[in-house]
Design a protein around this ligand. Structure first.
Ligand code: MGD
Ligand code: MGD
Ligand code: MO
Length: 647
């Protein structure tokens, strides 16, 4: 077959909320993208894309995609011109600022795009206000604050340093669903002789890759970590030099030895021999811990990660090749975004998990306007109905999205925006250290604007023309200025994948830590109470990422049935697989279709995250808005529910 004359390929990168930040090769025929594939030249992408992004063209060309601004009239939306909506928005913004101060406006941005240009939208609101913003992070906030406190910074060992590990502990992680490009590295490590241990209350696909699987009680991880530490202290397997790079060693020892190994094992609901197994692996290192984020989306989430950090430190696995507690990669570190001051200058902040109740409770001044960028908070934040009410009762709610999501349906004005294949941006990754440039594969539809084009169009109407007149290329060069002489300039990145020049292969190789004392701050007190259920509501609602969907971005026709809910057969006595039942929490209810799986724990019920509220599939309708012990993460997985028959 001959190649059509108009066919071309364009390289760009995937900006979706995922650690992999893949390099994409798109094929374009007559201005229509006909194929997207993983870039074979990218060391992490390795020529393949994940399940969800390989189907992105269905989203790109979905008939539901928004192609014009929409304005609410009663219960309907009517198409409107950009000029008219920008005029109305700018007038309102000036009025709210004048009458009630800039804190009466809230800008909320979430994970629709990981692009660095999204920070320029934040900057627009900072320049105009500063306005009310969120604090914390519903995704990783608790663990971030834990590692900041323990190590003074949050970053990871190079992904290929796993090839130096004798043991790799996947502590609550399902890369088959959430980070498929980690899998080739794990397989290579195994080929080199590494042993893989998975610690996860949920039985999932990653079990098959691992040599050992430990299935603790949900939220039992701090107890498990302390049990392992207890074994290390009792068996004199603590690193000899531990006092030289850790603070609070005696306190941590007292904490770990405050119970017996058997007691810790009971609290974590594992066997003492499983504690010993992991302890031996830690003492016979190097052992790398890959800490997933699920376990910190619990009431004691920050303390849990701190207990694991301390365990790694005392076992001598910090600062050594093949070791470390890799939780997040500092994806923004290579960029200069010092133009943005963020929380430091915000007149008021609302913890992200409390978005709904926080907006409703705010007075002095009340929040009159909310602008949502790249998020679907009605579906993704706890207390969906409260979020919905909060958005619907403002004087003006603006949502920028490519689809009429549950959140957009609460807006007064919806602004249509570009998809990732039309975006012009820069990316770092939170699962490895490579940097990438995004280039528009095709131009956006006529009336669709990128987030940056939207603030650029609005800026002159609110007196900010000069601050937002630069083109994207100029912003990119500005943000990559620091990498100019280190091989990470825009021109370098345009040439091919570039590893962030400032990222070390091994974290803290000199065992110096950017904490106040220069040493690891070992945790000395911890609430080890695991997540609890009641006799009345015996199951913990566990709403996790699934391979085929990014967040709430379901493809057409994939939500026609009830939400699937997986439980152990004993936990659904009297019911069969495929039965339609209700899940009830203290907060709400959801109709689900049961799936019975004997390899699950008896105290959890598993559902996909991101189901839409308007399809009756939203787990967050059952979850109360609550913050974790630190870092303002959301307590997503501690909601107790029961199964009741469909009435
Ligand atoms: N396909 C797909 N990929 C995604 C996403 C998506 O929606 N779809 N979302 C992206 C986003 S936003 C993020 S943050 C990441 C998700 O990143 P993560 O949240 O880390 O996702 P998982 O890899 O599923 O790992 C979470 C694991 O934690 C486990 N877990 C839950 N509670 C506990 C606990 O108490 N203890 C222990 N040990 N484990 C526990 C869960 O069973 C699950 O296996 O993935 C990204 N990738
Ligand atoms: N119950 C439960 N809830 C959860 C989780 C869970 O595990 N359980 N996980 C949590 C986690 S880890 C996260 S990170 C959050 C994610 O929460 P969100 O980031 O709110 O999730 P998404 O569904 O991906 O919504 C992103 C929206 O941004 C839009 N979008 C994409 N690109 C752009 C763009 O360039 N500009 C604009 N303006 N919009 C764009 C998409 O169309 C989509 O509607 O959800 C959290 N919610
Ligand atoms: Mo996330």
């Amino acid at each position: 077959m001959s190649t059509p004359a108009t066919q071309r390929t364009v390289k760009t990168a995937c900006n979706r909320d995922c650690g992999d930040a893949c390099s994409i090769v798109a094929t374009v025929n007559d201005n229509r993208i006909t194929r997207i594939a993983g870039d074979p030249d990218h060391p992490i992408t390795k020529g393949f894309l994940c399940h969800r992004t390989s189907r992105f063209l269905e989203r790109q060309y979905s008939p539901d995609r928004l192609s014009t601004p929409l304005v609410r009239t009663g219960n309907c939306f009517e198409p409107a011109s950009w000029d008219s909506v920008l005029e109305r928005i700018s007038q309102s913004m000036l009025q709210f600022r004048e009458e009630s101060g800039p804190a009466s406006i809230m800008h909320y941005r979430c994970g629709g795009s990981m692009g660095m240009m999204k920070l320029v939208t934040d900057y627009f609101f900072e320049k105009f206000g500063p306005v009310t913003t969120k604090t914390g992070d519903v995704c990783t906030g608790a663990g971030d604050s834990a590692q900041q406190l323990d190590f003074g910074t949050v970053d990871s060992h190079d992904i290929f340093d796993l090839l130096n590990s004798k043991t790799i502990i996947l502590w609550g992680k399902n890369p088959y669903a959430s980070q498929v490009h980690l899998l080739p590295v794990l397989r290579d490590a195994k080929k080199k002789g590494a042993r893989l241990i998975l610690i996860d209350p949920v039985h999932h696909q990653t079990v098959q890759l691992c040599d050992q699987f430990v299935q603790p009680r949900p939220g039992g991880d701090a107890a498990l970590a302390l049990g392992i530490a207890c074994w290390l202290f009792q068996n004199r397997k603590v690193a000899a030099s531990v006092e030289s790079y850790c603070d609070n060693v005696d306190d941590f020892k007292s904490l770990a030895c405050s119970r017996t190994i058997k007691q810790w094992a009971e609290l974590a609901d594992v066997t003492p021999s499983q504690v010993t197994l992991i302890a031996e692996a830690c003492s016979d290192g190097p052992a790398a811990i890959i800490a997933g984020w699920g376990m910190q989306r619990r009431a004691n989430g920050a303390a849990t990660v701190r207990a694991i950090d301390a365990l790694a430190a005392v076992s001598g696995n910090i600062g050594v090749p093949g070791g470390g507690v890799s939780y997040c990669f500092a994806r923004k570190r290579a960029f200069d975004y010092s133009f943005l001051k963020g929380e430091a200058v915000a007149p008021r902040t609302i913890p992200e998990p409390l978005f709904g109740p926080g907006i409703l409770a705010a007075n002095d001044p009340p929040i009159r306007m909310v602008w949502v960028t790249a998020g679907n908070p009605v579906v993704m934040l706890p207390e969906s109905e409260t979020v919905k009410q909060a958005l619907k009762t403002r004087d003006l709610t603006i949502v920028v999205d490519s689809f009429l999501t549950d959140t957009a349906q609460c807006a007064d004005i919806v602004l249509p925006t570009t998809t990732m294949l039309e975006e012009d941006d820069l990316l770092g990754a939170y699962g490895h250290h490579w940097l990438a440039e995004m280039r528009p594969v095709i131009p956006a539809p006529e009336l669709v604007k990128s987030d940056y084009e939207i603030v650029q169009a609005l800026a002159p109407l609110v007196g900010l023309a000069a601050d937002f007149s630069d083109d994207v290329e100029t912003w990119k060069r500005r943000m990559l200025y620091a990498g100019q002489n280190k091989g990470a300039s825009l021109d370098d990145i345009r040439h091919g994948p570039v590893r962030s020049p400032t990222a070390p292969a091994v974290m803290f190789a000199d065992r110096k830590f950017p904490t106040e004392s220069g040493r690891v701050n070992l945790i000395s007190e911890v609430d080890t109470t695991p997540s609890s259920v009641t006799p009345d509501r015996p199951l913990l609602l566990t709403s996790l990422a699934t391979a085929s969907v990014q967040g709430s971005q379901w493809l057409d026709g994939t939500q026609d049935d009830h939400l699937p809910a997986t439980v152990h057969p004993d936990s659904a006595a009297g019911f069969n697989s495929d039965d339609v039942v209700k899940l009830e929490s203290a907060h709400g209810e959801l109709t689900v279709r049961l799936k019975l799986e004997a390899n699950q724990r008896r105290d959890i019920v598993l559902v996909p995250k991101g189901g839409w509220l308007n399809k009756g599939r939203c787990a967050n309708a059952l979850i109360k808005a609550q913050t974790t012990d630190a870092g303002d993460c959301a307590v997503y997985y501690d909601t107790a529910v029961r199964i009741v028959p469909q009435r």
